[in-house]
Design a protein around this ligand. Structure first.
Ligand code: R5P
Length: 297
C-alpha cells in the first residue's frame, strides 16, 4: 500500500502502529492537546497530500472528546489533500442507543455515524458495533463491521473441557454461535432483562446444560460488569465446572473490576479496542486484513 499512511489519534491503543507494520506503510500520531476551556485540538505532523489516509481512533474512555478528535482528524486530512479517508474506529461509542426505546430519545449512533461521514470519511471500519444494522444509517460512506469473536474463541481453544458457549442475552446469541463454531462447541443464551429507567439487570431463570462443563460467556461490551456478573452467577448456580469470559470491548466503568471479581470467573479476556487489564488480544491483524481486502493491495 505505497501511497497510504496510518494516522493514529489520541486513543489509537497501539493498533495504529501494528496495522501500519502489517501493511508496510508509514505511521504517524497526531499532535493533540486540550485548550484551557476544554476544547480539543489536533495537528498533522506530516503532509498527507495525495495519500490514502487510514485514521485510527477508538472512542473510549472520554467518548465525547474522542469523537470530536476523530472529526477534527478527518477534517484535517481532508483539508490537507488526502485522496481517500478511511476512519478505523475499533470501539464506536453510542451504538447501544440504536433506536428509540422511550419517547423523546434520539437514535444516537445514527447521529455519530452521520457526523463522521459528513466530516469527510469515505469508509468507516468498526469492530463489533453493538448492532450491525446501524451502519445502514450511512448515506455515502461505506461501513464495514469486523467481528473479532473468532480471535476471542481462538484464545480459548484447547483450554476448555466439553465447552458450552453462552451469550448473556438473546442479542449475544449470534456471537455465541460464531465462538462455538471455532471451538466445535454447543451454544445457547441466557435471558437478560434491563430496566430502561433504572438500568437494573435481571437474569431470568433458564435451565441450561452446564452441569460439570466449562462455560465460555461471550459478549460485545463489559461496561459496569453487572450483566456478566449475573450471568456468571447463574451458570455457577446451575453447576458449571468453570466459567470463562471473552468480551470484545472492555470498558470497565466504575466498580466493574470489583463487580466481576466478586463473581469469580476463571479468566476474563478482552481485545484492545478499549485498553483495560484484560486486553490480551489485538484486533490489529483483523483490521489490517480488512484494509488489504478493501483496498485490493
Ligand atoms: C448490552 O446489550 C450489551 O451487549 C452488554 O451486555 C452491556 O452493555 C453490558 O453492560 P454492563 O456491563 O453495564 O452490564
Amino acid at each position: 500500500m505505497t501511497s497510504a499512511i496510518v494516522v493514529g489519534g489520541p486513543q489509537s491503543n497501539g493498533i495504529d502502529a501494528k496495522v501500519a507494520e502489517l501493511l508496510g506503510v508509514e505511521c504517524v500520531r497526531v499532535e493533540y492537546k486540550r485548550f484551557p476551556d476544554g476544547e480539543g485540538y489536533v495537528r498533522l505532523p506530516v503532509s498527507v497530500a495525495g495519500k490514502r489516509v487510514i485514521i485510527v481512533q477508538s472512542m473510549f474512555p472520554e467518548q465525547d472528546m474522542r469523537f470530536v478528535e476523530l472529526l477534527l482528524m478527518i477534517d484535517a486530512v481532508r483539508e490537507h489533500g488526502a485522496s481517500e479517508v478511511i476512519a478505523v474506529v475499533p470501539y464506536i461509542a453510542y451504538a447501544r442507543q440504536d433506536r428509540v426505546f422511550r419517547e423523546g430519545e434520539p437514535i444516537s449512533i445514527r447521529a455519530v455515524l452521520r457526523a463522521i461521514e459528513a466530516a469527510g470519511a469515505d469508509r468507516i471500519i468498526v469492530v463489533n458495533i453493538h448492532k450491525e444494522h446501524c451502519l445502514q444509517h450511512l448515506t455515502k460512506a461505506k461501513g464495514v463491521n469486523l467481528d473479532a469473536t473468532p480471535l476471542l474463541a481462538e484464545y480459548f481453544k484447547g483450554k476448555l473441557e466439553n465447552p458450552l458457549v453462552l451469550g448473556p442475552d438473546a442479542g449475544a446469541l449470534k456471537q455465541a454461535k460464531v465462538a462455538a463454531e471455532v471451538l466445535g462447541a454447543e451454544y445457547d443464551h441466557l435471558e437478560k432483562f434491563r430496566d430502561r429507567v433504572t438500568g437494573e439487570i435481571t437474569i431470568k431463570p433458564k435451565r441450561l446444560p452446564v452441569e460439570g462443563r466449562d462455560v465460555l460467556i461471550v459478549d460485545d461490551i463489559i461496561s459496569t460488569g453487572g450483566t456478566l456478573a449475573k450471568a456468571i452467577k447463574a451458570v455457577k448456580e446451575q453447576g458449571a465446572r468453570s466459567v470463562y469470559v471473552g468480551v470484545i470491548h472492555g470498558l470497565f466503568v466504575g466498580k466493574a473490576y470489583e463487580v466481576l471479581a466478586e463473581a469469580a470467573p476463571n479468566e476474563v479476556v478482552t481485545t484492545d479496542t478499549v485498553l483495560n487489564k484484560f486486553s490480551k488480544i489485538s484486533v490489529a491483524p483483523l483490521i489490517a486484513n480488512a484494509l488489504k481486502e478493501l483496498t485490493k493491495v
